[in-house]
Design a protein around this ligand. Sequence first.
Ligand code: GLU
Length: 451
Amino acid sequence: MKPRVRFAPSPTGFLHIGGARTALFNWLYARHTGGSFLLRIEDTDTARNTHEAVEVILHGLRWLGLHWDEGPLTGDATGPYKGDRGPYFQSQRRENYQRRVEALLVHGLAYAHEGAVKFKMPREPITIPDLIVGDVVRQLTDREEADPDFVIVRSDGQPVFHLTNVVDDLEMGITHVIRGEDHLANTAKHIALFRAFGVPPPQYAHIPLILNADGSKMSKRDQGALMTAYLGGGYVSEAVVNYLCLLGWSPKGNREKMSLAEVVEIFDLPQVLRHNARFDADKLLWLNGEYVREMSEDRFYELSVHALAKAGCDTNAFPLEYVKAALDTCKGKFRLFSELPAYGGFYFTDQFDYQPEGVKKDFTPENKPRLLKLRDAFARLSSFDPGALEAALKSTAVELGVKVGVLVHPTRLACTGNTAGPSLYHLLAVLGKEKVFQRLDRALARSEFAG
Ligand code: GLU
């Protein structure tokens, strides 16, 4: 039988990195085994659910490329998911829960209690066979010893998580429940419910938690904890997915940068690590930089234009060839797309400020005649290409008896506003003679050069 797995988030808050990893591990397992991956929104707690949280979950999964395999056709023909299979929503499956509760009541496995319905929990310990953590024997706590029964329908008629979760897993034919370790404490109840329904429980695989780098428990307030930080923060989805794969799973040889296709090939549950994973923001940043460096020109171009537009920089006002040549000098030089506007934004505006540190060091009276001489040398060039620019700058430095850097730094600052950035000769060539001269003149007119 082909495995059937599901990601079953409750839309009560934003998609957490732990949730995204749970979704990913389920998706990987389904893809590895040729099984099915389902998405089920556990939205029975009407007081705590928000529509916005559902949107964030759907958007996050799509961004990560974790597509679900089945679900009801979305009724709304004009909605964003037109012609698409939506996720299952528990709020649309209420009759199923009712029917199952009635069956339990009829068989004496549940009973009415102060307006609520309680499930009769077996009085003996339950062993949870778990593919990751091994066998866990759930002993009854003292309090449970006195009364292990638990509410499955509240007095206001709302079915409780344990019930809806089990009924859906059962009816959706879920074979493997892969979820966060925080749910291990619920699993004995779930196994007991499956048995009451006369069905063997699925296999369980509880994934250890994600901790902060310092070993403390990660909460949604911690840096990097929410997926929204990645969607809007200049990250590349391939890098985030790659990083999430490594959060609690480790391939042989400790390989780190791997394509999703490679991970699908070798992913399996027994290799999920039994100890808690630590979130390493630096490693994620490094991976992101690797993906940016290696991505295709087209994708780099697309994501760059998007990042620049987000920062208010409209590349449409420039010829396509100019934009491409400019971005080419930035590729591989930054790790996050959100760094690009500061790194390469100077190509698309003349109205930039100069870094004050650089102004102090490089815009000086003794540099003025040097820059003027360099300007003359540039003016004599018949072709404004990187090789010619480099040769002109170097011979000017020799004539002046100064190091190359003495000319490079003020020129860069004048033309970009920054003290660091793309290769100087290449950026000058991209800007072109006219812009370079305008920028040199604008800088040379500043009072710092007059002393
Ligand atoms: N709705 C539960 C949660 O968000 C799902 C638990 C499960 O995967 O079984 O934690």
